[in-house]
Write a protein that binds this ligand. Structure first.
Ligand code: FAD
Length: 195
């Protein structure tokens, strides 16, 4: 009887040689809403330091800057921004809708930090939908208040991604502090894993 030999498994995986090499004090991996927000916040904190030593921030992403989930988010962002609304009410609605599946700490971070995060996105240049100069908020499943902010109707994520990329690209490559942001989409090659 013929037997099939056992497959030989590699003892370790060998990464390909890097396509390019650079140095940076902070590396942020990913260029969606999380990565670009983190990069912009770190950049701002570095620039505000009085003992500025020219520290740099580098955003590394596996594809073009807008290739992640963020640009596809369509349903808007929920935050307790409307009249009479509070993070406590948002927390209650979230826990009821979550039916026991929620991480309470995560929910509390979301509802308490959400309003300021939306305002931060607006300050960065995100064009959320407004009516008569007031932020438009819709009421959607599970929410007992008008609390969903949209941009361009159902193009919320695309508008947020656009605004964040614009904010990163508008960060001057060097000020007196010489802090700067770089994205791999502007570099000669990109980091891809798996290749
Ligand atoms: C169709 C759709 C609709 C959605 N609708 C909503 C909504 O209405 N409201 C809402 O709040 N949320 C919605 N979401 C969820 C929301 O889009 C995500 O929660 C959010 O965008 C996550 O942001 P992020 O920055 O963590 O991830 P992403 O935007 O996905 O960014 C991840 C980044 O990491 C990079 N990356 C991944 N792997 C590697 C690697 N190995 N090396 C280097 N870089 C890597 C990617 O290229 C990308 O730049 C929706 C998502 C989808 C897909």
């Amino acid at each position: 009887m013929q037997t099939t030999p056992d497959p030989v498994l590699p003892g370790r995986l060998v990464a390909p040689e890097p396509g390019w090499v650079t140095r940076s004090d902070v590396v942020v991996v990913g260029s969606g809403i999380a990565g670009l927000t983190a990069a912009l916040r770190i950049d701002a904190a570095l620039r505000a330091r009085t003992d500025d030593d020219g520290a740099t921030v580098l955003v590394v992403t596996k594809d073009v800057l807008n290739a992640g989930s963020t640009q596809w988010a369509q349903g808007g962002i929920a935050a307790a921004l409307g009249p009479g609304d509070t993070p406590g009410q948002h927390e209650h609605d979230t826990l009821v809708a979550g039916a026991g599946a929620c991480d309470l700490d995560a929910v509390r971070a979301l509802v308490n930090e959400g309003p300021a995060a939306v305002q931060e996105l607006i300050a960065l240049g995100t064009n959320f939908d407004h009516h008569d100069g007031v932020l438009s908020l819709t009421r959607e499943g599970g929410h007992h208040r008008d609390r969903i902010a949209h941009a361009g109707g159902d193009a919320t994520g695309a508008e947020i991604q656009r605004a964040l990329i614009a904010a990163v690209e508008a960060a001057p490559p060097s000020r007196s502090s010489s802090t700067h942001l770089r994205s791999t989409c502007c570099a000669p090659s990109t980091v891809r894993w798996p290749a």
